[in-house]
Design a protein around this ligand. Structure first.
Ligand code: MN
Length: 496
């Protein structure tokens, strides 16, 4: 889907004129060496671009201006190899409108015990140069990521990797367009939100189209286009008998294909990165889009049901962040519970629309009644999702701010077959445990809709929330209810 390598992070080294040409030459060489190393062998998902050392207010301001204007630049990485008096950075930092990672590293990993002299000390002084820079960022109240460690250390690289992914998701949201076919589900609260504030804060727009506008596109899909997509269905899925050619419900499969092609055409023509549907507004569509939503998510589109545009946008951003990583990312809903004291867990699913990227095997393509919405039986992909660590994330509108809530979970394998369950599903155990995890989620006002990801970790979303400048709450292995309640109370003041 999204190739993150076309995106750039600029590596900017700070210094000053006092050091003389020889030292500044060495600084530049070292910065080039580090940039080159970071770009070797796909160590990082995004391309690192070396920028000449900045040594004055004018140079800092110029490079930040340039970074703002460079369309492929998703953020900057700064490092003070030597001392760079931080008042030089004020103007540049004031105008920078992209994420910043402060890489607190040092060219030499080890102190050369037997040869160290004052020349070495004066060249390798990020230990205090970066503190001066850090003060200015803190004084200016600028959100940023601080990564500490040697530049060849895998732990440092992994943190930079995560931040780059978050920055790619953030970059993707700027100017992104999301379309809603129909409004939010009637009377539902948590899927509502302030779309003007969202566009101001997040950079993406959300607009509604009548489902009739979509139907007009769906109705133009040709029989040949449908034939081609049916061949793909036959190749990629195990079709139940009734859906196969000559089967009693094959026509329903063709209708599902028509809807998928129609939605994709609408998205491509409108340059949309994601969409929502609602079963309450399907006039002119014969079925609720099931397999269509599932497959379009796999292609990288954001999606959520019942008009939930906040989750659709989050699914898109998380798919961009997870691009190229192992594991999938999907729209999800906490559906039902297993409260057996020996094995408490959540069964996650939706009416239909779970992304096949989290499937553990070849999905089965099936048709069943929906029992809601009064439309023809929809076609859907049915599968289990594999075990392993994952996260659930939810954005809620608190009225005066957006809150990003994340719960770390451990997905488990079902040892019981689920022969009567006609939807894709996941089983997971929330951290720190079922009772605390669910209680904290509810206390924080987390939605029933989430984005579920096997490929991302909570760290990705923490970086993402910092970039967006929104509240971030984690429910993880160390969460205790009394502390979590205090965090909620204190945040009320922090965001007042
Ligand atoms: Mn739902």
């Amino acid at each position: 889907m999204i190739n993150l390598k076309t995106l750039e992070v600029w590596f900017i080294t700070g210094s000053q004129d006092l050091y003389g040409e020889e030292t500044l030459h060495q600084v530049a060489e070292h910065s080039k060496t580090i940039s080159a190393y970071l770009n070797e062998e796909d160590r990082l998902p995004v391309t690192v671009v070396y920028k000449p050392t900045v040594k004055s207010t004018a140079e800092v301001t110029a490079v930040m201006q340039e970074a703002n204007n460079a369309t492929n630049c998703i953020g900057v990485m700064t490092w003070m190899h030597t001392f760079s008096p931080a008042k030089m950075w004020i103007n540049g930092l004031k105008i920078l409108n992209k994420p910043l990672l402060h890489f607190h590293t040092q060219f030499n990993r080890d102190i050369p015990w037997s040869t160290i002299d004052m020349d070495f000390m004066n060249l390798n002084q990020s230990a205090h140069g970066d503190r001066e820079f850090g003060f200015m960022m803190t004084r200016m109240r600028i959100n940023r990521k601080v990564v500490v460690g040697h530049w060849q250390d895998n732990e440092s690289l992994s943190k930079i990797d995560g931040w780059m992914r978050a920055a790619a998701g953030w970059h993707d949201w700027q100017g992104a367009r999301f379309v809603r076919f129909g409004d939010n589900m009637r009377y539902v609260a948590v899927t509502e939100g302030d779309k003007v504030e969202a566009e101001t804060k997040f950079g993406y727009s959300v607009n509604t189209y009548g489902v009739g506008d979509l139907v007009a596109v769906v109705n133009q899909v040709s029989e040949e286009q449908i034939d081609e997509l049916i061949a793909i269905y036959e190749d990629e899925y195990t079709l139940v008998d009734s859906l196969q050619k000559g089967g009693t419900q094959h026509q329903s499969l063709r209708e599902a294909a028509r809807i998928e092609i129609g939605i994709e055409t609408f998205l491509v023509n409108g340059n949309f990165k994601g969409f929502t549907t609602t079963f309450e507004d399907l006039h002119g569509l014969v079925q609720l889009p099931g397999i269509a939503a599932q497959r379009l998510m796999t292609k990288g589109y954001g999606f959520a049901g019942e008009g939930d545009w906040k989750t659709a946008a989050l699914v898109r951003a998380m798919k961009v962040m997870g691009s190229g990583l192992k594991g999938g990312t999907s729209f999800m809903e906490d559906y039902t519970y297993h409260f057996n004291p020996d094995n408490r867990m959540v069964l996650g699913a939706h009416m239909l629309e779970i992304c096949e990227s989290i499937s553990d095997a070849k999905p089965s393509c099936e048709i069943h009644p929906l029992g809601i919405g009064g439309k023809a039986d929809p076609v859907r992909l049915v599968f289990n999702s594999g075990p392993g660590p994952a996260i659930n994330a939810s954005v809620v509108d608190m009225g005066n701010r957006f809150r990003l809530l994340v719960n770390e979970v451990m997905a488990v394998t079902s040892f019981n077959p689920l022969p009567m369950l006609p939807v894709a599903r996941v089983l997971w155990k929330p951290y720190p445990n079922m009772h605390t995890g669910c209680a904290a989620w509810i206390l924080a006002g987390g939605a029933h809709h989430t984005c579920y990801s096997q490929s991302l970790s909570a760290d990705h979303l923490e970086d993402f929330a910092e970039m967006a400048g929104i509240e971030y709450l984690l429910i993880g292995k160390d969460t205790k209810i009394n502390q979590f309640k205090n965090e909620l109370r204190w945040n009320e003041i922090a965001y007042k």
